[in-house]
Design a protein around this ligand. Structure first.
Ligand code: DX5
Ligand code: ZN
Length: 215
């Protein structure tokens, strides 16, 4: 089953509780954590994740776009994140970092930037619960989907199937009703959407529309 993960990056932060309520039909809630170093933008930390965790039963999905994530993994797990995703590009000791996430007894994800090849997952793939394939360069919402990522999604799905693994493929960046069917067809099963949901007049309906477009 395909799951939708609204990214609160595109929500009204002055009214976050109401914004989150509107998208409660989505299975995940995607939380973009940016440090101003790994990416050129700064967003939220564990304090905000903890505040949100009281307000929803959705799976809290922390996408860490930060350098040195090991330093903060326990804080994000304590704050209520149930899936912690780190960027391969930010982790010189990726295997150790993934073990650090698993020690917190939360799901472990690894994200790849558009220009990072799938070979970055060699030797780590069987350890993962999820791979996040970025379909824009991380840092900002509202960017254009990079079409060239479709064959990358498909190659990863085939590799997961060939190895009899049970790993989610999440896609993030520029996903809209017009292209969501193609990312699902390519093999993605967790769909992040920011502006397509919170930029619409009715975010709750936008979640339902995306779910319908995936069927
Ligand atoms: C970008 C973030 C995304 C962002 C997606 O670095 O990781 O999660 O919120 O926003 P849209 O869906 O607007 O491209
Ligand atoms: Zn994200």
């Amino acid at each position: 089953m395909v799951k939708i993960a609204p990214s609160i990056l595109a929500a009204d932060f002055s009214n976050l509780e109401e914004e989150i309520k509107q998208v409660s039909k989505a299975e995940y809630l995607h939380l973009d954590v940016m440090d101003g170093h790994f990416v050129p933008n700064i967003t939220i930390g564990p304090l905000v994740v903890e505040a949100i965790s009281d307000k929803t039963d959705q799976l809290l999905d922390a996408h860490l776009m930060i350098e040195n994530p090991d330093q903060y993994i326990p804080d994000f797990a304590d704050s209520g994140a149930e899936l912690i995703t780190v960027h391969a590009e930010a982790c010189p000791h990726l295997h150790r970092t993934v073990q650090n996430i698993k020690e917190q007894e939360v799901k472990a994800g690894v994200a790849l930037n558009p220009a990072t090849p799938l070979t970055a997952l060699d030797h780590i793939l069987p350890e993962l619960d999820l791979v996040l394939l970025m379909t824009v360069n991380p840092g900002f919402g509202g960017q254009k989907f990079i079409e060239d990522m479709l064959p990358k999604i498909n190659r990863l799905r085939k590799r997961i199937e060939q190895n009899n693994l049970d790993i989610d493929i999440q896609v993030d960046g520029g996903i809209k009703p017009y292209n969501v069917d193609r990312v699902v067809e390519a093999g993605a099963n967790v769909i992040v959407a920011g502006s397509a949901i919170f930029g619409s007049d009715d975010p709750g309906q936008a979640v339902v529309d995306l779910q319908e477009s995936c069927k």
